[in-house]
Design a protein around this ligand. Sequence first.
Ligand code: R5P
Length: 306
Amino acid sequence: MAIILGFDDYLSPAQQLAESLSIPFKQVELHQFPDGETKVTLPMNLPKKIIICRTLNQPNAKLIELIITASAARAQGVEHITLVAPYLCYMRQDIAFHQGEAISQKIIGKLLGDYFDRVITIDPHLHRINNLNEAIPSNQAIALHASSAMSAFLKKQFSQPVLIGPDEESEQWVKAIAKPHQWDYAIATKERFGDKSVAINLESNNKENINKVSLTNRDVIIVDDIASTGKTLEQAVKQIQQQAPTSISIIVTHAFFVDDAITRLTNMDVAHIWSSDSVLHNSNAFSIIDIIAEQLEKLDKTMVNN
Ligand code: R5P
């Protein structure tokens, strides 16, 4: 029987995953030395197959610790290691925009492919590639989506909301959430000028043009994969407010909301800010762990049947 290994910075979702799969959970202990290095201590007597569950926001130290954990597990005789990283880091930089820039997606993807037999994540930030295995060279690089959990959660909050995707990329998950309930939706376009500077255009020429859906007196929900600085959401809120909606809410998969992003959005009269537990944050309102558990169960059945 496999076990789940977790870390104290993502403890409760990792324990929930073990519970959903009815397998044991054990914790990897970390000790920070005064010089900044980490001592990693694994439980003993690991089975042949383990699942390491740790999300990869603030990833630099975590990546080193994961590599040490995976190597130490192999030294104990572990033969198959799955990494469950609900948020997968370093996926954005998939080309060199300027001379000399490292393509971190490929480098970190290869590193993960070298150490793990299987990597499972939720809504990775892929821009110019379609499949996660183009970033992680493995036929077991699996990208799942939070949209079914979002859809079920939102259904309990509103009966006929309008969903807004702030950029073309968001169309995939906005559609997936809206279609089962036949909710109205529209996709805006976004121009990014810098880390903290974006412009959102609600009157773009997209096929699902905002002009076809009036936001006046409607409950509007902005849906995105990541909230980092919150500037994308802030600009979307500003544009939507011009159409006098009843309420504006926000739902994202990965909640970073750096600096004072939450305060700024709350001060703009945003009614609700909801996120999944892929990254632990006060806004967490629904879980993606069952989506991962279902996938792991499916994979195990396939392996047994083959
Ligand atoms: C962009 O491609 C993503 O889907 C998000 O819209 C973006 O990462 C959000 O970043 P920020 O909160 O800094 O505007």
